[in-house]
Design a protein around this ligand. Structure first.
Ligand code: PLP
Length: 241
């Protein structure tokens, strides 16, 4: 077997295992597996690996840097195999990079402040589009994490959802690393906040983006509708536990 064939096989088998685990976690929470989407975070791999992952069945990818997103889209965007494949922006977005992202991604997960929301709104409106976005919330309160503090979002949400050119689809968070209990509290906190904001805004806020390689099963048990998986998808040295 060639190296590509061997890696393609790993990607296929790993994807099946991930989807089984997602389905099992959904089942434990009385949810349907179809309510949870998994995206493959391709930020650490190149176009070749993305194409192999596409062949293995992945149809949605996440990137965290606009420049890398552009590189992947240029390398892959026109290939017939990539038709219908979506890319999401999941990482910190600087204001001067917004134009490299809007209109090119399906969903921006990382609207982390009211200022950024306003900037994406202005640029989207100027292009005559509505950008689908998630509001990133720092549920755990760690100083190292970006995102709205929950109270800050409660205060700002009505203004943010009223911005033109911005379609708010839900919330996103990241859990503390290496602490399963803290991760669970973070994810359940996101779900409760989404419920509260649904009541206040009248919006569906249907997307709860949370869960990464180390904690996606906990996230699905706690209501995630979109898990963002990097290492466990692409890294043959990453062991699912
Ligand atoms: C890198 C990254 C992920 C994927 O993390 P893994 O631990 O590799 O699964 C998910 N979300 C964001 C925002 C990331 O930057």
């Amino acid at each position: 077997m060639s190296e590509d064939e061997q890696y393609a096989r790993f990607l296929r088998e790993r994807r099946e295992e991930i989807l089984e685990r997602v389905a099992a976690a959904a089942g434990r929470a009385g949810r349907s597996a179809g309510d949870v989407r998994a995206i493959a975070v391709s930020k650490t791999v190149g176009p070749r690996e993305v194409l192999l992952a596409r062949g293995a069945g992945w149809d949605a990818f996440g990137e965290n840097r606009p420049q890398e997103l552009g590189r992947k889209l240029e390398a892959l965007g026109q290939l017939p195999e990539m038709a219908g494949v979506r890319f999401d922006m999941i990482g910190n977005l600087q204001k001067n990079k917004i134009n490299q992202v809007i209109g090119r991604v399906t969903l921006i997960h990382s609207i982390s402040s009211e200022h950024l929301a306003e900037a994406v709104s202005v640029r989207s409106e100027a292009r005559g589009i509505c950008s689908d976005v998630l509001l990133e919330v720092n549920v755990s309160g760690e100083a190292s994490k970006s995102g709205f503090a929950p109270d800050e979002l409660r205060a700002a949400v009505e203004r943010v959802v009223a911005l033109p050119g911005l379609c708010v689809r839900g919330l996103m968070t990241m859990a503390p690393v290496g602490d399963a209990d803290a991760a669970r509290r973070t994810f359940s906190g996101l779900r409760e906040l989404a419920e509260e904001l649904r009541g206040r805004t009248g919006l569906a806020l249907e997307t709860n983006s949370c869960g990464m390689s180390d904690d996606f099963e906990i996230a699905v048990e706690e209501g995630s509708t979109l898990v963002r998986l990097g290492r466990c998808v692409f890294d043959q040295g990453y062991a699912l536990t």
